[in-house]
Design a protein around this ligand. Structure first.
Ligand code: ZN
Ligand code: ZN
Length: 365
């Protein structure tokens, strides 16, 4: 595929004008990491702390909330929806008016399905068209973040994630599907109404690529899943375990990146989130609700992100990767040492964080 005429290949076709709408992945020549430049994101409205010049939070009134009635607010039809958990009345389940969770196209996408994900050289740099799918998973109630939902309601959210994942992974141009949830403006949420996002992209993002490659190297050397080895030790030692049920375990990672970081793992080895069996979804929902509730009890009201790390959309059931959810409470800002070196400084050891979280409900009484 490489062109013979190297000089012609390396010559930039056109300079990138600063005002042009740009949606492309660009590769850092030194680290090899991809970044996504997507100027369309500038036009999205911001609600919350980031909207105010003085940094104070602006309360978004329900009447102005774009997710109260996503279709009325100019979003297209739901790509998928599920009704509120009901007493089993069939006619109620079939009425879209009774939606509890719905998935819509992001009105301000970071990636675009009509861009071709072709690699291109630009001088010495490499870039790739900003192709992808960007969807939003909205739950019905404005004032009920995930930790305030019932377990069967959270299960519907996971079901929506799974269903969209399975649809998007069929597109062979998609290499990775990231599912994430931002709660609060410090966590980057532009709308306070609880919602998650799904971004399907044509390459594996840097953090995930490091995580997958690290796990693969360990597997090649030790013939074991690195996460299974870690979980076996954590279950024996117990000091960093916060919660466990039949299918899932929550731990404060040994080398946490932020104070009170938590990870939820399936106890049995599994590389693909979307393959989580139905009978484990309630356990997963219980583990997530438990983690978020404990964090609120210890940290008070706080912003957070959680995201799902799973294997590439292009492989199935690999022995070296173990999917999990990572939860990052936003209580701490990176300063020069962290930004300059990439070394995170943890003022609270994970063992102490785990102990505080285990005792969270005792303290609340
Ligand atoms: Zn709302
Ligand atoms: Zn494993």
């Amino acid at each position: 595929m490489e062109k013979k005429n190297k000089a012609a290949k390396d010559a930039p076709k056109e300079k990138v004008p600063p005002s042009k709408l740009v949606a492309e992945f660009r590769r850092d020549m030194v680290s090899g990491d991809w970044v996504l430049v997507s100027s369309a994101r500038q036009s999205r409205p911001l609600f919350g702390a980031s909207a105010q010049k003085d940094g104070s939070a602006k309360i978004l009134l329900i009447k102005d909330c774009p997710f109260e009635d996503p279709q009325k607010s100019g979003n297209g039809d739901a790509l998928f929806w599920l009704p509120r958990p009901s007493d089993g009345k069939k006619e109620d389940c079939e009425k879209f008016d009774n939606w509890f969770v719905q998935v819509i196209q992001n009105k301000y996408p970071a990636v675009f399905k009509n861009i071709i994900p072709e690699y291109e050289n630009y001088g010495p740099f490499k870039k790739q068209g900003g192709f992808g799918f960007h969807e939003v998973v909205v739950t019905r109630d404005h004032d009920r973040p995930i930790e305030k939902m019932e377990i069967d309601e959270i299960s519907l959210v996971f079901r929506a994630y799974q269903q969209r994942y399975r649809v998007l992974e069929k597109d062979e141009r998609v290499d990775y599907i990231l599912i994430y949830h931002n709660q609060g403006s410090l966590a980057g949420a532009s709308v306070m109404h609880p919602h998650s996002q799904i971004v399907a992209m044509p390459n594996i993002p840097p953090d995930i690529s490091r995580s997958i490659n690290g796990a693969l190297l360990y597997y090649e050397k030790e013939k074991k899943c690195v996460h299974c080895v870690m979980l076996e030790f954590e279950m024996k030692e117990k000091t960093r375990v916060v919660f466990e049920n039949e299918c899932f375990i929550t731990i404060a990672p040994f080398a946490s990146k932020v104070p009170y970081e938590l990870r939820i793992f399936p106890k049995q080895h599994a590389s693909d989130f979307e393959e989580t069996p139905d009978n484990c979804l309630a356990h997963l929902s219980e583990a997530l609700k438990d983690a978020l509730t404990r964090l609120s009890a210890v940290l008070g009201e706080h912003d957070y992100n959680f995201f799902i790390h799973t294997s590439s959309a292009r492989v199935d059931s690999v022995p070296y990767y173990h999917w999990h959810i990572e939860i990052f409470p936003r209580t701490y800002k990176w300063a020069g040492l962290e930004l300059g070196s990439g070394i995170e400084v943890l003022p609270i050891p994970p063992e102490q964080a785990a102990e505080n979280l285990r005792n969270a409900f005792k303290k609340a009484k």
